[in-house]
Ligand binder design. Structure first.
Ligand SMILES: NC(=O)c1ccc[n+]([C@@H]2O[C@H](COP(=O)([O-])OP(=O)(O)OC[C@H]3O[C@@H](n4cnc5c(N)ncnc54)[C@H](O)[C@@H]3O)[C@@H](O)[C@H]2O)c1
Length: 266
């Protein structure tokens, strides 16, 4: 029997992280490279993407690749798979993490429901949901050959509705398209977990709100409504990812781990 430390290792494996230059993407990239994987950082922020790949490589001593791509382009997922295979010759892990979040600044998105635009709705569906479908479809044979795994990044808002009282008096919002795409991603997780079994495992992680300089009134209300009495941190998400993508999670598929301080437990 292998030790726990051996089970969590990803040496030789290759992991793609979409939105890899974002806040949670950084934590995921770190976790994967600390486990020994070669990480492919995919993000539309070209400079941040290149910088992140460089930092990962320097810190872990394991190769990393920056792939600046705008995933709004329906041809981008195919390019990501082709470029990863050209660079590393294999794909073991895909983390579908890129999304238009409430803080993305997309016009017509994080605004009151009557003002939410069709353009923003469609843009969010493309990046938050369709891109995951395309990426896994483009890589499924390679993932199967490697007995690979996929992790989709959901949200508490893919599981429960928003409490709009949290946002009162702040410029923050909670778009319908965010809820719909995150809910869709969770069901896509279950679909793929059964359809791609037994060779590919597919799971989800659904974070709660991450503390990131939100208005004090929001952060206090949020913490008060959370059993663990605080907002999350990016670091809180590393362990769940490390489990799901490695052999430590070899018998886990079709699951959604809520990393939310208990937000959805009551
Ligand atoms: N921050 C939270 O409180 C929270 C809570 C629950 C779930 N999540 C989820 O976690 C994931 C990461 O969120 P985050 O908080 O790190 O946000 P973030 O905005 O810091 O990161 C998202 C990244 O995705 C990239 N991205 C967006 N659109 C893209 C596109 N078209 N092409 C390529 N890259 C694109 C952005 O450039 C950014 O780097 C998202 O799926 C989000 O929905 C976040």
């Amino acid at each position: 029997m292998r030790t726990v430390n051996e089970l969590f290792r990803l040496d030789e494996r290759v992991a793609i992280v979409t939105g890899g230059a974002g806040h949670i993407g950084l934590a995921f990239g770190e976790a994967l490279s600390e486990q020994g994987a070669r990480v492919v950082v995919v993000d539309r922020q070209r400079l941040a993407c290149e910088e992140r790949a460089h930092v990962l490589e320097t810190k872990s001593g394991v190769k990393a690749l920056a792939l600046p791509e705008d995933l709004s382009d329906s041809a981008a997922p195919g390019r990501v798979v082709a470029a990863t295979l050209a660079a590393f010759g294999r794909i073991d892990v895909i983390v579908n993490n890129a999304a238009f979040t409430g803080a993305s600044g997309l016009p017509g998105y994080a605004v009151p429901f009557p003002e939410q635009s069709l353009e923003a709705w469609e843009a969010a569906i493309r990046v938050n949901l369709t891109c995951a479908f395309q990426l896994v479809q483009a890589a499924h044979e390679e993932l199967a050959a490697r007995r690979g795994s996929v992790v989709n990044v959901g949200s508490i808002y893919g599981v429960v509705g928003p409490n709009m009282n949290l946002y009162a008096g702040t410029p923050m919002g909670n778009p319908a398209a965010y809820a719909a795409t995150k809910g869709g991603l969770l069901q896509l997780t279950q679909y793929l977990a059964t359809v791609l079994a037994p060779k590919v495992r597919v799971n989800a992680i659904s974070p709660g709100g991450i503390s990131r300089g939100q208005p004090e009134a929001f952060a206090e209300r949020y913490a008060a409504l959370t059993p663990l009495k605080r907002m999350g941190t990016e670091e809180d998400l590393k362990g769940a990812l490390a489990l799901l993508v490695s052999d430590a999670g070899a018998y886990i598929t079709g699951q959604n781990i809520m990393v939310d301080g208990g937000w959805t437990a009551w």
